[in-house]
Design a protein around this ligand. Structure first.
Ligand SMILES: NC(=O)c1ccc[n+]([C@@H]2O[C@H](COP(=O)([O-])OP(=O)(O)OC[C@H]3O[C@@H](n4cnc5c(N)ncnc54)[C@H](OP(=O)(O)O)[C@@H]3O)[C@@H](O)[C@H]2O)c1
Length: 278
């Protein structure tokens, strides 16, 4: 039976992946902190729920010890634990929020991979890291911490791949577009909080809401993404990256020169020149 250690297993995308993998006969070590969700996952065939916080090395070590009760090798590690936040980079709780986000999205992934590497090596396994469209496309205002974390995941994954290729371990990036999960539904609350607290961006934020609703309203079917993760896990010769769900607008933005894109933002948000943004 194929084995995978899966973080973010209790999330919208992760849970669907776990359910799909369980149906396909994988043994899934499903990690998360939400005990209710972990209990639900325990009902699935071949799923072993593990309470683990990716910010806390001790809890990851305890999770690894549990894995070792079942096996000393893994066919894969999948890093899906992640959070997002809509906030300014200079107002409100900017720095504590960014620290938390980097700790979960970037360092959490690095901790898991470093800890599990001996099991992956023994299993001739592979590593899958979750990036995002914003990991490779244009960075957005008011989601700077998230964009920076996913850019970091891209760079980290590329370096890791070029390091682990010498010991035969593939490193694969998943680059999802927008999918309706709690990660996206939290954006509305964050938006209102940011709007309430801002001294600089009242006008810009009010106008940005329309664009946000358009982009987030076009979210894809999460099962499509789960199917892509299964492919990344089961393809004999996996690709370096699997991209799914990127809308036309993000493709266009990635192709535009930065200054033109900045101008586009000004036009759309009707703040054409200067800083008359309040
Ligand atoms: N949804 C999208 O549109 C989208 C787009 C691009 C990329 N992604 C990426 O896809 C991944 C999954 O996102 P999702 O949409 O499924 O989000 P979600 O429903 O909010 O799930 C987030 C997952 O991360 C876990 N997590 C958060 N903090 C953690 C911590 N400190 N320790 C352990 N686990 C932690 C949560 O587990 P607990 O609740 O149990 O702690 C949950 O399983 C993320 O990396 C996200 O950046 C999502």
């Amino acid at each position: 039976m194929k084995t995978v250690f899966f973080t973010g297993a209790t999330g919208g995308l992760g849970e669907l992946c776990v359910r799909t993998l369980s149906r396909r006969g994988w043994q899934v070590f499903a990690a998360g902190t939400n005990r209710g969700k972990l209990n639900e996952l325990e009902q699935l065939p071949h799923v072993i729920p593990l309470h683990a916080n990716v910010r806390d090395m001790d809890s990851l070590i305890a999770a690894k010890e549990k894995v070792l009760e079942y096996t000393d090798r893994l066919d894969a590690v999948v890093n899906f634990a992640g959070i997002s936040v809509f906030s300014s980079l200079v107002e409100g709780e900017a720095i504590p929020l960014m620290e938390k986000l980097m700790d979960i999205n970037v360092l959490g992934t690095a901790r898991v991979n470093a800890l599990m590497i001996d099991l992956i090596e023994k299993g001739h396994g592979r590593i899958i890291n979750c990036s995002s469209t914003v990991g490779w496309s244009a960075s957005q205002p008011f989601s700077g911490a998230y964009c920076a974390s996913k850019r970091a995941i891209e760079a980290y994954s590329d370096s890791l791949r070029r390091e682990l290729m010498f010991i035969g371990i593939p490193v694969i990036k998943i680059q999802p577009g927008a999918y309706q999960t709690e990660l996206l539904s939290g954006v509305d609350d964050d938006y209102l909080k940011t709007l309430k607290g801002t001294t600089h961006y009242q006008t810009v934020l009010r106008r940005l809401k329309f664009v946000m609703d358009k982009v987030l309203g076009a979210a894809g079917d999460p099962q499509d993404l789960a199917n892509i993760v299964v492919r990344a896990l089961e393809d004999k010769r996996p690709r370096l990256k699997y991209r799914k769900g990127t809308g036309f607008l993000m493709w266009l933005m990635s192709a535009l020169p930065d200054r033109l894109l900045d101008w586009g933002y000004r036009m759309v948000l009707k703040v054409p020149w200067g800083n008359s943004a309040t």
